[in-house]
Design a protein around this ligand. Structure first.
Ligand SMILES: [Ca+2]
Ligand SMILES: [Ca+2]
Length: 317
């Protein structure tokens, strides 16, 4: 094979995402070699770009869930609203499998998602990043620790509250149906890492555009404790909230963690429609209760680019 043709062949192979369309016959003319180099920066994989991380709350957190019959609604008539929703999130990281190169920042933030800026919290900006597909992306939602940082408009007292309690997630809100209102204030140490994130169209990680910026949006969902199973991948589920009233054993209109731990799943979350296959005994009391169910759901609230999933989840301290 002519050396220039050979070069052209390899050049194309190494730019799998968007091969440079230079015909081998052109490469056979050494006079055009400089021309080829001039075009090379236009091919993906040869430039540099910027990656911005935005932490975004799903609108179930900011606006709540409404009752109704469509897919996203609460099917059994309950209206859910949050008044406070705090998370620990960070250690954003990406790897390209082909070279094992990595980018990332281990900083963990405490964020008030109920009062998040309209476009989310910009937590990180990585510059001078190879303009290729970084196919492995992940992040952590660990139990809050003293080294964690707040970001405005998150209040320092909310940061301190999360750190003092070691929560990964904390929320306050209510469920309302007809004349019944059930309030709740729950924190969980449900530290979890989320990896192998893919966007809703199934593409792994993200592609950095040469001389451009890609916006990465880890998205926190606010409806998982009302699912009828612990989903992985596409969220095929029905949203139900009657268990809020069933578990309020003393019927005082406030559902406590203690009541969740005492709430029998066979009564509150009966088979058909509930599938508790993935629920673990999170508090180690030897029983599967509604508390275990809610904690298991809290280990699945980290998503990617809206409804994209991060199917590899592992417990974190
Ligand atoms: Ca109660
Ligand atoms: Ca348990």
């Amino acid at each position: 094979m002519h050396p220039w043709i050979s070069f052209g062949y390899r050049f194309q192979i190494h730019n799998k995402m968007k091969p440079c369309r230079v015909a081998p016959v052109a490469l056979a003319a050494p006079a055009l070699f400089a021309l080829l180099l001039a075009f090379a920066p236009a091919c993906e994989g040869t430039g540099k770009g910027t990656v911005q991380i935005f932490v975004v709350p799903e609108d179930t957190i900011t606006q709540g869930l409404d009752p109704g019959t469509d897919m996203e609604s609460v099917q059994d008539g309950w209206t859910i609203r949050y008044s406070r929703f705090l998370v620990a999130i960070g250690n954003f990281r990406a790897t390209r499998t082909d070279t094992q190169a990595t980018i990332g920042d281990s900083t963990v933030f405490i964020l008030d998602l109920r009062n998040a800026p309209t476009s989310g919290y910009v937590t990180n900006t990585f510059t001078n990043v190879d303009a290729v597909r970084w196919d492995k992306f992940g992040f952590d939602m660990p139990n809050a620790k003293p080294s964690n940082q707040g970001l405005a408009p998150t209040r320092q007292e909310d940061v301190d509250f999360m750190i003092q309690n070691g929560f990964s997630v904390y929320f306050e809100g209510s469920g309302q149906k007809d004349d019944t209102t059930i309030t709740f204030k729950w924190g969980f140490a449900a530290g979890t890492s989320f990896s192998d994130c893919a966007s809703p169209d199934g593409l792994a990680g993200f592609a950095v555009p040469a001389s451009g910026t890609i916006q990465i949006k880890p998205t926190i969902h606010g409806d998982h404790e009302f699912f009828d199973n612990v989903t992985q991948g596409v969220e095929i589920t029905t949203r139900l909230a009657q268990w809020l009233e069933i578990c309020d054993a003393d019927q005082n209109g406030d559902l406590t963690i203690a009541e969740l731990k005492a709430c029998d799943v066979t009564v509150a979350l009966p088979e058909s429609p509930y599938d508790l296959t993935s629920v673990r005994d999170e508090d180690g009391d030897g029983l599967i209760t509604v508390f275990d169910y809610v904690v298991s759901e809290m280990r699945s609230i980290g998503h990617y680019q809206g409804d994209g999933d991060c199917p590899t989840r592992l417990p974190l301290p």
